[in-house]
Design a protein. Structure first.
Length: 382
């Protein structure tokens, strides 16, 4: 089945098939009308089920939907190829598009926009990494990132017939050293909470008491939920009549994380339901009891949805006051959740599902922090 995605005022059909790589693909439905989009996606699903349409192959949507095929693109030079590729990425998240654009434009500035793509060699990529990138000492992780993004462009051009092969595969890269995620621990948590509470006490009489209530709640609560920053600031109290938003269901003792409602989209693009432990329910009930004028958001600032910039700045401020290392950040509260589950021997697929990872390869990083759990399975087997 396909799902209907609404993003930036336009509709897309997203298909999933575990047998394909990547397992998900989107096609633009070229409409902002929901009813039209629903008719088009139904037609696409029928054609896919009958084997008459493969959404992983580009260029046939005009046959399926009756559109006139566009003129053949000129992908002969690097500048034109990058423009075309970035246009094809318009359905992706703005942050993702920005990263692609920054990396590819850096490469274009070094090689030249008039460089013919069919005459390009892998040695130009190596020269760019060694000489053309504005950094004296490019980190290994950054080199891998840059080559990976070039690979996306080259595979697009191979698919379009403008290149014969993906040149990024010929670039030797340093192997990635696996490091366990750095999770916030109880000592870090305690120091941060003490600093915030001390600030509130100092300002008890000047109207700024409990100014950072949202940060107190986040530091206590997110190690029990493992949400990403964007999911945190969109989290609401459950409204039975509205299932489109990320929300906490205290009665069901769960949190539903769902995107695609026009506000934001989950990183994997999928809905997930997180069971909440008793301590999380207790903290949430306390927060609900102090709810500000029926504000729908769990984390808010004076009744309005919390801005990420405000949240990040507040966290940085108190981390600095507490003298904690820089790696203690908002994401380390999410790592605390994954680490705790791994240490308890939770199966990797369960951790992956609760954290919303696209594959269990992402989740494997948490298994390194709890190698002793392997003894349990070995002892059971033998």
């Amino acid at each position: 089945m396909a799902s209907l995605i609404h993003q930036d005022g336009r509709y897309y059909a997203q298909f999933y098939d575990s047998e394909h790589t990547p397992s998900r693909t989107r096609i633009a439905l070229k409409t902002s009308e929901k009813r039209t989009a629903q008719r088009l996606i139904a037609r696409a699903e029928d054609a896919w089920a009958l084997g008459d349409y493969d959404p992983w192959r580009h260029g046939r949507e005009h046959e399926l939907f009756g559109w006139e095929p566009g003129p053949e693109e000129d992908l002969s030079t690097l500048g034109k190829a990058i423009d075309s590729y970035l246009d094809s990425c318009s359905h992706l998240r703005p942050d993702t598009q920005r990263t692609y654009r920054e990396v590819l434009r850096l490469f274009e500035d070094y090689v030249g926009s008039d460089q013919h793509v069919d005459r390009m060699r892998a040695s130009r990529i190596v020269d760019w990494l060694d000489e053309g990138v504005p950094s004296d000492d490019l980190a290994d992780a950054t080199r891998r990132k840059y080559v990976k993004h070039l690979g996306y462009l080259f595979r697009y051009l191979v698919e379009k017939g403008a290149m014969e092969e993906d040149l990024s595969k010929q670039v030797a890269l340093p192997k990635q050293v696996e490091r366990p995620p750095k999770a916030m621990r109880e000592t870090h948590q305690r120091k941060l909470l003490q600093r915030i509470q001390a600030h509130h006490q100092r300002h008890a009489g000047d109207g700024r008491y409990n100014e950072f209530h949202y940060l107190l709640l986040l530091i206590r609560l997110n190690p029990y939920m493992g949400l990403r920053a964007k999911e945190l600031i969109h989290l609401r109290w459950q409204d039975r009549s509205d299932r489109r938003h990320a929300a906490v269901d205290l009665k069901g003792r769960t949190a539903q994380i769902v995107g695609g409602d026009g506000e934001f989209e989950t990183k994997s693009g999928r809905r997930r339901v997180i069971p909440l432990p008793e301590e999380a329910i207790r903290l949430l009930r306390q927060a609900r009891a102090r709810r500000y004028k029926q504000c729908p958001f769990v984390y808010h600032h004076r009744g309005s949805k919390l801005k990420y910039s405000r949240l990040a700045h507040a966290f940085y401020r108190f981390r600095k006051q507490a003298g904690l290392p820089e790696w203690v950040n908002l994401h380390s509260t999410r790592h605390a959740y994954g680490t705790r589950l791994a240490e308890a021997g939770t199966p990797i697929k369960v951790i992956s599902k609760f954290m919303g990872h696209s594959t269990t390869r992402v989740t494997e990083q948490y298994m390194h922090v709890a190698p002793e759990q392997g003894h349990h399975y070995v002892n059971e087997a033998f």
